[in-house]
Design a protein around this ligand. Sequence first.
Ligand code: PLP
Length: 395
Amino acid sequence: MMKIKVNDNFARLKESYLFSEIGRKVRAYQAANPDKKVIRMGIGDVTLPLAPVVVEAMEKAVKEMGVKETFRGYPPEYGYAFLRDAISAYYARKGVKVASDDVFVSDGAKSDVGNIVDILGKNTVLIPSPVYPVYMDSNLMSGNRIELLEAGEADGFLGTPDLLDGETYVIYICSPNNPTGAVYDRAGLKAWVDYALASGSLIIFDSAYEAFIKGDYPHSIYDIEGAEKCAIEICSFSKMAGFTGTRCAWTVVPETLVTEDGFNLKKLWARRQATKFNGVSYPVQRAAEAALSEEGVRECAALVDYYAENAKILSEMLDRKGIFHTGGVSSPYIWLKCPKGMSSWDFFDLLLEKVQVVGTPGEGFGEAGEGFFRLTAFSDRESTIEAAKRLETLF
Ligand code: PLP
């Protein structure tokens, strides 16, 4: 028997049975009802292919890798300058100032969200609930103390710092939000930035769904004055350009993030990445650069618009039926209240049995999600229209 010690914080993690349980129930239903067509609106993965300009750039880069003169070995640890510059320019087009040098390219927002805990010490972490589970689990694994910021119907699932007492936290904010689809306006984000500045807190802002924003909402935390002194931002090409299988993302750690003990967070993150990460492949970085070009942004916006139209179809159906929901406008997610006080899982079973539509029980995103249900807009148009019709008969 081994005598080593393991990280026993892993014992704090709850068994993650959400998607396996959904899969098990759907397989059992389909086996018993082989003639029924089940429509899946549960997964948060894109379905449309990469934009042509992205594929072209990747092909060209792959060819360069096959020629001695243009072959490249290890990429720079923090990303090629061409991509860091393109990301900085992408922000500039939205009126937000982010220096190329503060941008760290990575293989995914999930990796960065999970890894950022490496550079932080024993803080109290404030996590919204319901929540993207990675924030919670990465902090449980690190043995951190966690407080939940519960949000609900009354605040449109947009938690505020109003009831906090000035304690210093590491605060996670995701806008537009997964799973609720709710998006903060400028005043909402300003309240968080003001709280962080006054309390010496750090905000970790996840903007993975910013490309879905419609209307005058901030796409970046750096749209808010003072955020460069209290916030790290993590964003991804996954949903904006369909890169869930291609893998590329970035994290912004401004030079101005300094602790009272004199630590510079950017230096720590640079050291962490240089030690534990060897960069994103050249063809993928060229593909990401192409996604941010003028043509790329246009082509990728067409992908996002397709999903957004799906979301609108579902959201309008819920409006007609008077069902409370958030999301569906600036987000590919629709977060709805289960009718008649049903639990998330009872509603899941009902949808599967009666109309063969599969979604995700809100309880899987934390206790505050109980009684709610997530539908995604990543299916094709035909299935979405059919699902909306079937759901309409049920409500
Ligand atoms: N952040 C949020 C809120 C997400 O919902 C997801 C993916 O579903 C990610 C990050 C992960 O992004 P990536 O594919 O870049 O790892």
